[in-house]
Design a protein around this ligand. Sequence first.
Ligand code: SAM
Ligand code: SF4
Length: 428
Amino acid sequence: MINTRQDHDYWDPARKGFITNYPNFPHWKRIEATQLEDTRPFNIYLHTPFCIQRCSYCYYKTINLRGTEKYERMDRYVNALCREIELASQRYGLKRRPVLSIYFGGGTPSLLYEEQIERVGRALYDNFDMSQNPEFTMEAEPVTITKSKADTMLSLKVNRMSMGVQSFDDEIIQASHRLDSEKKALKAIDLVLQTGVPLNIDLMSGLAGDTTEKWQHSVQRTIETGVESVTVYKTELYSNTEYYRGVRNQTLELPSDEDEMASMRYSLRELINADYVPWSFFSYTKRGGHQHVHSPSIFRGDDCAAFGVSAFGRYGDWLYQNTNDEEKYIQMAEAGELPAQRGYPLSSLDSMIRDVVLCMKLVRFDLRWFQQKHGFKLESICATTLQQLQADGFIEMEENEIRLTEKGMVYGDYAGKSLARALMAFYN
Ligand SMILES: C[S@@+](CC[C@H](N)C(=O)[O-])C[C@H]1O[C@@H](n2cnc3c(N)ncnc32)[C@H](O)[C@@H]1O
Ligand code: SF4
């Protein structure tokens, strides 16, 4: 085959030699027909949109539910969710593929009643191959989690819970319009820890009213709880939030970028000193144990079957999202239709860029994995950008790996985005 310009230059022009296939048959090997079935493990994301509060910073499309309508409304939704699970499993032959991880997020899954959580769990066990003991995470919120809900989750083999705490400062929590408090959050954490299930806590840096002292208090409280895993999100300003309206009307001031970055630097150092190992630039696990499966697998581009209103998923090169209209979602599921509403087919270049920008979040980027997957050496294509990032202290290069430095981690996606820009420039 013609591989390089140099090869071509040495060829005498000729018309003979019609190409029928590539690679040529001598490179093919013997297989069984069963090897053609898709049996790759895949991930599952489940979404419930309901919450008991509307937090002022939150950009998720959530439905604030309290009072008597709560049970019926959630029940109709849960029925639709179970129906969608059944439909998708049949349509896409998902039962042939083992489940690698399940993430039940929201909204607030812990707002569901025990019997509803159980029904979703049963739908999973009835419709998927759960034989490889998948990682099974459920999100919980301090005010809505109870012992009996936690026990129900455990009976379904939930093996990680993730709790939104955001801050251990009561003034910040109240100003965010959350219904919990430091005391309630600590009680909820204790409740989950008593069950023995590994717990993740979400903190948010850059919330309104945060100060150096308050942030230090939140980080130290987090460490004192001894939770297995900690996630530190930088507060992002989205146009559908009360925060955004407040900042635009100048009735709300958020900490400056410099202050927020100093907070990140503080939490990074303190968490590392307390034996928490970062597996991404915003998430840590105690002594590097209980490695997360779901997000890294999604970042690496593995399939994710997504269920629920507005849920995002991926099958092969197709990214898709379900309708974000609750009523439409329910009606489609009831009518036996899958509720996917929009999608995007990734090109080879999209895939490369996506892998770079998402996998650079994982602190260590495996260059040989990238080469095997895409057939190119990232270190050759992006040599100048890598040199610059290294010179500026954002990354360190090892033989087969790019590593984010502390500075690289504090700057979040900067290194990943720089490499993505270099790839785009190279190919366009
Ligand atoms: C869907 S919530 C699940 C937790 C649960 N609903 C709760 O609030 O306790 C997931 C996490 O997203 C994070 N989050 C929400 N809005 C955000 C924003 N504007 N910027 C960064 N992170 C945000 C919060 O840390 C939250 O805990
Ligand atoms: S942070 Fe959690 S509880 Fe608050 S609105 Fe968002 S999803 Fe709901």
